[in-house]
Ligand binder design. Structure first.
Ligand SMILES: *[C@@H]1O[C@H](CO)[C@@H](O)[C@H](O)[C@H]1NC(C)=O
Ligand SMILES: *[C@@H]1O[C@H](CO)[C@@H](O)[C@H](O)[C@H]1NC(C)=O
Length: 246
């Protein structure tokens, strides 16, 4: 009798504890959720130092654009064609674009071997390697990386890769041996490690501005009008670009 009463009290205490903890968790979630929902905290981010630009030989400040995408994804393609390419052509001097082709893939390490499973099948893994190797071979010229990978997306990747490299003067033989050799595999693994830091990912592509991915609303705003979100960050730092006025 006494024993079961103690037991009942304990169960009651445990239930109360769980209720209290859930309430605290929910309260924290609400505060955090309402902050990030508007994306308002995100635009507080100001411009940052960009990597040295070898093609211009000068120090730059501006906005980092990290793009997490995959080669056969229609949403990635439309982001490149409709947002990234035009924005880089318009605001390239104040951007540093960091392309991360991997998306919803998986890296499988079997002893010495590294294999990948990609969302749109083996062709996408190969496509991601084309992207990775082109990025590697255009490292000193950020705008060139975006131009060539953007060209791949014109008709997705395979038949395009050679044409796109030659069009922009990227050494095709180097890209090809990277893609089909161990370098492509190593590069893709690194892109996978970078992507996996963001898990769980809601959507591909995911874009970070100055390393902030923000809320779903912020992501939607970036995917809809990248230039506008970049200009908002520049304006917060009192950088008045004529390209942002149009
Ligand atoms: C990228 O493409 C744009 C538009 O075609 C061109 O104006 C620009 O010079 C290119 N830049 C590089 C580095 O290829
Ligand atoms: C920014 O530049 C535009 C024209 O390019 C000008 O009309 C505007 O007054 C400028 N704003 C500031 C804060 O300098």
């Amino acid at each position: 009798m006494l024993f079961s009463r103690i037991l009942r009290l304990r169960v009651l205490a445990l239930v109360l504890l769980i209720v209290a903890l859930s309430a605290i968790y929910y309260a924290i979630f609400l505060v955090y959720g309402s902050n990030s929902d508007t994306g308002a905290s995100v635009v507080d981010k100001v411009v940052v130092d960009l990597p040295y630009d070898a093609t211009k030989g000068n120090r730059r400040i501006g906005v980092y654009v990290d793009v997490y995408y995959e080669s056969l994804c229609p949403d990635s393609r439309s982001f490149f064609m409709n947002e990234l390419l035009p924005t880089v052509h318009k605001l390239g001097d104040v951007l540093f674009v960091n392309l991360v082709p991997y998306g919803r893939a998986e890296t499988i390490i079997k002893g010495e071997d590294i294999e990948f499973i990609c969302q749109h099948g083996p062709k996408e893994c190969l496509g991601n390697k084309f992207h990775a190797c082109i990025i590697q071979n255009t490292k000193s010229n950020n705008q060139l990386s975006v131009n060539v990978t953007g060209c791949l997306f014109e008709d997705y990747f395979q038949p395009q890769a050679e044409r796109c490299c030659k069009k922009f003067g990227v050494p095709w033989e180097d890209v090809k041996s990277c893609v089909y050799g161990s370098e492509g595999t190593q590069l893709l693994k690194v892109h996978g490690d970078l992507t996996n830091r963001l898990l769980p990912i809601d959507f591909i592509p995911t874009v970070a501005l100055n390393q902030v991915t923000g809320s779903k609303n912020y992501q939607a705003a970036i995917l809809k009008n990248l230039a506008n979100e970049v200009c908002r960050i520049l304006e917060r730092s009192s950088i008045n670009l004529s390209a942002c006025q149009t």
